[in-house]
Design a binder for this molecule. Structure first.
Ligand code: KIV
Length: 263
């Protein structure tokens, strides 16, 4: 079983950390077999699995169900689950209760977004409870309505200094890994060298300690919207369409099922 210590050792020795999202058993098995370091059960499942236009509709029940499925698909890969919007903001007690539910669903750690004084308290309290906490700064999708869209963060000097301060604060509060989303490359590099814990970038340039993508984006399976920071390594939506069209044709023409598929 790999641990957060293995990822921290990678930062110390300059080896890149690889991470992808997964939301189901089969994908988790494939990612583990391919050798991924870290699987995130991201609340991005709201978009790529459930078809919402943002992550804010995702519930604890959604996250628990998908975390259980992913956990059943891995033997040794570290699994982190997103705490969904609203699940850690009402009170510290509720945050601990919900984080424990995700850990008991099979996650090794939980991820929270932001660095407000309250979120810093959440990180502190979860860490005190023995929970591995991953922080998430830069563009924080759960704040999309407040931010007003998917926007690059930390572009001007004041905002950049604020993000460096926030990165130090989440680590001080106990976060053991930091996701940086949609911030300038140079700022991500500065944050990466300013903190002791690994940074995992998404739209944050090559100088983070590791990279993460939404697996549906990488596979070309989710095609409604492709952010600029995504590199597509396959075109599965097109491949699936071809496969389904072939099946429809075979059934209509009586080619499938053939004798070897019968009893
Ligand atoms: O929900 C998610 O998939 C994420 C990644 C984009 C980091 O938070």
């Amino acid at each position: 079983m790999s641990t957060i210590k293995d990822l921290q050792d990678k930062k110390a020795t300059g080896q890149k950390i690889t991470s992808l999202t997964a939301y189901d058993f089969t994908t988790a098995q494939v990612l583990e077999a391919a050798g991924i370091d870290l699987i995130l059960v991201g609340d991005s499942l709201g978009m790529v699995v459930y078809g919402y236009d943002s992550t804010v509709y995702v519930t604890m029940e959604d996250m628990i169900r998908h975390t259980q499925a992913v956990a059943r698909g891995v033997v040794k890969t570290l699994v982190v689950a997103d705490m969904p919007f609203g699940s850690y903001h009402a009170s510290l007690e509720e945050a601990v209760h919900n984080a424990v539910r995700l850990i008991q669903a099979g996650a090794n750690g939980v991820k929270v977004e932001g660095a407000t004084p309250f979120v810093l308290d959440v990180i502190r309290r979860l860490t005190e409870a023995g929970i591995l906490v991953v922080a998430h700064l830069g563009f924080t999708p759960q704040q999309v309505n407040r931010i007003g869209g998917n926007r690059v963060q930390g572009r001007d000097e004041v905002a950049a200094e604020g993000l460096v301060r926030d990165a130090k604060a989440v680590v001080q509060a106990g976060a053991q890994l930091l996701v940086l989303e949609m911030i300038p490359t140079e700022l991500a590099a500065t944050i990466t060298t300013s903190i002791s814990v690994p940074t995992i970038g998404i739209g944050a340039g090559p100088d983070c300690d590791g990279q993460i993508l939404v697996v549906h984006d990488l596979l070309g399976l989710f095609t409604s919207f492709t952010p600029r920071f995504v590199k597509r390594y396959a075109n599965l939506a097109a491949d699936m369409t071809l496969a389904v069209e072939s099946y429809i044709r075979d059934v209509k023409e009586g080619i499938f099922p053939s004798p070897e598929h019968g009893f």
